[in-house]
Design a protein around this ligand. Structure first.
Ligand code: PNS
Length: 168
């Protein structure tokens, strides 16, 4: 068998990046030659952080991982995968509720570009209940999210939501 250079894309909104995402990145990058963490630049969706801010936070938190690159994309994921010559898409599954959407995405992506396989990693139990949506809700209600997100993200959230601006 000829040896292959394995390039995987870990796509997502990362709005904001959570400890669960970071765990998946650190476990995923050990399985491949290069892992491209790709932020979807979605103009249709109101985001908490700009793409530039999300890139900064991801770069800061993955600086110790030599084979990890942070980028953004718009349009179809499979087209981006083709441009980046990626042979895999990495996604995480936290609970059975993630399975249906992830299966649908993987099948659609496979139909459009069969040469790109989707690889799933199961979230670690301690991160299986964390979601970006919940982090956003907690922070707007003055809750403490420091145990759910990497430290640079917690810092930026505190700046964006100073205590007196939060909904009481
Ligand atoms: O972090 P998320 O919001 O669960 O990530 C979803 C994402 C970005 C992976 C997905 O929405 C996506 O790939 N969007 C790009 C558009 C696309 O390719 N759509 C067809 C397959 S779903």
């Amino acid at each position: 068998m000829p040896s292959r250079h394995l390039i995987a894309i870990y796509p997502g909104s990362f709005d904001p990046l959570t400890n669960g995402h970071l765990d998946l990145i650190s476990r995923g990058c050990r399985l491949v030659d290069r892992l491209i963490v790709a932020i979807l630049d979605n103009t249709q969706k109101q985001a908490l952080f700009s793409v530039a801010e999300r890139i900064d936070m991801l770069r800061e938190t993955t600086a110790n991982l030599a084979n990890v690159e942070v980028d953004s994309f718009h349009g179809l994921l499979v087209d981006y995968a083709a441009r980046r010559e990626a042979n895999a898409i990495l996604r995480g599954i936290r609970a059975i509720s993630d399975y249906e959407t992830e299966l649908q995405m993987a099948l659609v992506n496979r139909r459009m570009r069969p040469e790109t396989e989707t690889i799933f990693l199961m979230a670690r139990e301690e991160y299986s209940f964390i979601s970006s949506r919940m982090i956003k809700e907690i922070i707007t209600l003055d809750g403490d999210v420091s145990s759910f997100v990497p430290q640079p993200v917690a810092g930026r959230l505190r700046t964006k939501f100073p205590a007196d601006s939060k909904i009481k």
